[in-house]
Design a protein around this ligand. Sequence first.
Ligand SMILES: Nc1ncnc2c1ncn2[C@@H]1O[C@H](COP(=O)(O)OP(=O)(O)O)[C@@H](O)[C@H]1O
Ligand SMILES: [Mg+2]
Length: 498
Amino acid sequence: MDPRQILRILIVLSGLNGVCDALLCNCTAPHCERDGFKCETNGACVASTSVIEGQEQHVRLCIHKEKLVPPGQPFYCLSAEGLMNTHCCYTDYCNSIDLRLPIVTNGPGAGQDWGPVELTAVVAGPVFVLCVLVLLGLFLFQHHQRAYGHRQRLEVEDPSTEHMFLAKDKTLQDLIYDLSTSGSGSGLPLFVQRTVARTIVLQEIIGKGRFGEVWRGKWRGGDVAVKIFSSREERSWFREAEIYQTIMLRHENILGFIAADNKDNGTWTQLWLVSDYHENGSLFDYLNRYSVTIEGMIKLALSAASGLAHLHMEILGTQGKPGIAHRDLKSKNILVKKNCTCAIADLGLAVRHESITDTIDIAPNQRVGTKRYMAPEVLEESINMRHFDSFKCADIYALGLVYWEIARRCNAGGIHEEYQLPYYDLVPSDPSIEEMRKVVCDQRLRPNIPNWWQSYEALRVMGKIMRECWYANGAARLTALRIKKTLSQLSVDEDLKI
Ligand SMILES: Nc1ncnc2c1ncn2[C@@H]1O[C@H](COP(=O)(O)OP(=O)(O)O)[C@@H](O)[C@H]1O
Ligand SMILES: [Mg+2]
C-alpha cells in the first residue's frame, strides 16, 4: 500500500480528517447525477458488486465517517458471500474498480497458463469448498436444533457479520433487536436493507397519503408496512429515508424504520420505505373507530409527547442526535401501536438542526404541512426560519390540536363526543390558507374546550396543556419535554400503570 494511502486511513481512523481535503469518490446514486456522478466525503469511498435476481449490479458511493462503524470492520464495508462484494478505500476515486463476485469460473481456456500452484488450488479448492459446505450443513443442522432453546444467546454472539442479520431463522423481531444492538444507532447496513426489501411479499393497501400508497407486506411470516413512492417523488423518498436513519433516532414512540430500497425494473424505479406495521392504523382511524378511557387518553397523549420530545431533543456527543422538527404533525401521521401508545410517523417534511453552525439541514420553504394544523405564524408566514426552535413551537401547536381530538373521544362519566377534526365547526372540509388564517390569526379562535372537562382532573389538565400549546406567540408555548413531565405526573396522580 502506498504511504499516502496509509496516512489517509490513519487520519480517517483518528478522526482528524476534518483538517484534510475531502475525499472524492465515484457515485452511482441517482442524487449524484447532478454532480457528474461523483460525491465528496470525510469517510471512505465504497464500491460494491452484487447479484440481484441473477443480474450483476455495481454500486459506488461515499460513506461518511460517522457511518464507518464499528471501527476496523465497518458494516458498510462488509461483503456478503455470494451476494455482495464490497470494498472501502480512502484515496480519490479509488472506488472506480469493478469488483468481481467471488465465483470460481471454469470457462474455456481457463487453466491454460496456470502454474503448479494455481492447478493445485483449482483441484484443492472445490474439495475444500465441499468440506466447508458439509461442515456448514452439519453446523446449521445442530444450530437449528439448539435455536429454540438458545435463541437469545445466539443473537448477540457476533453482531458484525451478515449472518447475524440474515440467518435463515431470523424473524422481524430478531432483526429489530439486531438493529438496536448493532452499535451504529442509525439503521441496518444497506445490503441488508436491500435484501430484506426484495424478499417482502405485498399483501394489501392500508393507506394513501401525499406521495403514494402504503401497503401491508409479509417478511418471514411477520407483518411490515411498505410506503411506495412513485419515481417522480424520488427526492421525498430519499429525504424520508435519510431522516429515519438519523443517528440515534430510534425510540418506542417514533415509527420503527427497517429499510429503504430503490429497485429499477427497467421501465421505472420503485421506491420503498419499509417500517414496522401497526394494525391499529393512524390515530385518526383509531379515534374514529373507538372512544378512549381516561387511562387510554393519558397513555396516547403521554406517548405522543415522549415521541415528539425525543424527536425535538438534541443529544450531544459522537452517538448524539440532532434536534428534529416534524412540520406535519397531525392525527393521520401518528400511528397507534398494539399496546395503545403512539408512534410518530411520516417524517418526510422534517428538518434537522445543525447546532454547530446553527443552521437547518435543508432550505426550508415557508409553508409546508397540512393547512388545518398550521400554526398562526406559519399561516401568516411570519415564522422566523433562521431560528430552529420556531419549527418546534409550530409542532407543539399541532400537538395541542391532536390532544383536542383525543380528549373529545374520552369517555369520562359516560360522556364523550363524536370524532371531529380540529376547527371542524369553523372552516370547510378542505380549507384554504386564507380560510384558516381568518379563523386562527384574525379572529384568534381555537377549538372549543368544554366546561364539563373541568370536573375531571385528567381532562382539566389536558385542556390546560392545549391552551398553552395554542398561544399566538410560539415562544410562549410549552415544550414537548414539559408536556411529557406534566402528563407523567398526571398518570402517577391518576394511579395509572403506564
Ligand atoms: N407503519 C404503518 N402501519 C400501519 N399503517 C400505516 C403505517 N404507515 C402508514 N400507514 C397508513 O398510511 C397512511 C399514510 O402514511 P404516511 O406515512 O402518512 O404517508 P404520506 O407521506 O403519503 O402521508 C397513514 O395515515 C396510515 O393510515
Ligand atoms: Mg402522512
